[in-house]
Design a protein around this ligand. Structure first.
Ligand SMILES: Nc1ncnc2c1ncn2[C@@H]1O[C@H](COP(=O)(O)OP(=O)(O)O)[C@@H](O)[C@H]1O
Ligand SMILES: [Mg+2]
Length: 356
């Protein structure tokens, strides 16, 4: 994957929620790169900060109580066509920081250049408007089509996501569609303005298993047909691994590991990733291999532990792990893990393979 030709770089984003109970440290110093024409998967247990990271990118964090405390979201400037905001110098030359754009410029980005598919289509669809009206709205608002063209394009998009009789279905209301069909409509909508980046946040979690598989198949198919990069988010490693080129493993608002999908499977570098793998079924597994859940639960983000956030659940935890947070250590080409066991001075531990 070409990590030098980036569409987006989430750079040190920290987002907190200032609640009556205290500060919820939802996302801490998050850095994720999205190469052009790639699928990046983000995986982690519920509550690990996946959605908050993406809502920060979209600048849709409810405030108060939420606040993006620091960081940048660099996006390819040539794509956005916003000459006034493009960095002229430095490592982010040619990029635009979405977090510093004036709100009216950010409105031009949402839906047009970056769009999102959410877990529950019923929340995102307006129950009292026809699908046709909702599908055409954003194309017209972004000025890429007039009413008539947008109507035609919406029918094409519905056909593309395999909605039968798309012309007639344009006049139906969301409740007249099944759950799977509504998610297809959401995908069609997300793609209608040909955005350069589509963020799919648990796109299949609310669907039953067969429909889930159909929607994932559809997304893969569309990925090859259309020219967008995709960020696919799931708590389920097998869903992410089936689609992504590169996987980012999140835990308690941090990146614990990132790697090419094959490297992650072949040589997981973080005990948490190893745990995730043992807890999902694998096609290549021995019949007798059991699925083992990771013991314990994620930390309280109001008062996260001082050292490694995973240390309280880690079978390999050393003294230092509870005192100091490990940095992301490079353990291969594009492969990094936030674990002291990869430190040159760390002792060899039985059962843990140090990646050279
Ligand atoms: N509006 C909010 N107020 C307070 N805490 C929030 C709010 N939204 C999210 N959080 C907290 O942020 C953390 C990360 O949440 P989220 O990004 O939704 O996790 P994920 O998507 O990985 O399941 C969770 O601990 C959650 O409770
Ligand atoms: Mg979420």
């Amino acid at each position: 994957m070409d990590e030098t030709n980036l569409l987006m770089r989430i750079d040190g984003v920290t987002t907190n929620f200032h609640t009556y109970a205290g500060i919820v440290h939802a996302v801490d110093d998050m850095t994720i790169t999205v190469p052009k024409d790639s699928v990046v998967g983000i995986v982690g247990e519920s509550g690990s900060g996946k959605s908050v990271t993406m809502m920060s990118v979209m600048r849709l964090i409810p405030s108060p109580p939420g606040r993006i405390e620091s960081g940048h979201v660099w996006f390819d400037g040539a794509t956005l066509n916003m000459a006034d905001y493009v960095q002229q110098e430095g490592p982010n030359r040619g990029m635009v920081d979405l977090l510093s754009l004036p709100p009216e410029e950010m409105m031009k980005v949402r839906g047009r250049h970056v769009s999102m598919i959410f877990q529950d289509p019923m929340v995102s669809l307006n129950p009292v408007l026809t699908i046709g009206l909702q599908m055409t709205e954003s194309m017209v608002a972004h000025g890429i089509a007039d009413n008539e063209e947008a109507w035609k394009r919406a029918i094409e998009m519905l056909a593309l996501v395999s909605i039968p009789n798309p012309e007639e279905r344009m006049r139906d209301y969301p409740h007249q569609y099944s759950g799977g069909m509504r998610q297809r409509v959401m995908i069609a909508m997300a793609l209608s303005c040909s955005p350069e980046l589509v963020i799919a946040d648990e796109p299949t979690t609310s669907l039953d298993v067969t429909v889930q598989a159909q929607i994932l198949e559809l997304m893969k198919e569309l990925k090859t047909k259309l020219k967008s990069s995709v960020i696919i988010i799931s708590h389920d490693l097998s869903i992410v691994a089936g689609m992504a080129d590169k996987v980012v493993v999140m835990y308690a608002g941090r990146v614990l590991e990132e790697a090419d999908v094959y490297d992650l499977y072949e040589k997981p570098g973080h005990p948490y990733t190893m745990g995730l793998m043992k807890s999902v079924p694998r096609l290549d597994a021995d019949d007798r291999e059991r699925l083992v859940p990771i013991e314990g639960s994620p930390p309280d983000l109001l008062a996260p532990p001082a050292g490694c956030k995973f240390a309280p659940r880690c079978q390999y935890a050393m003294e230092i792990c509870c005192k100091q947070e490990p940095p992301l250590i490079t353990i291969g080409d594009g492969h990094r893990a936030r674990c002291f066991l990869h430190h040159p001075a760390a002792p060899a531990v039985p059962g843990f393979v140090k990646v050279e």
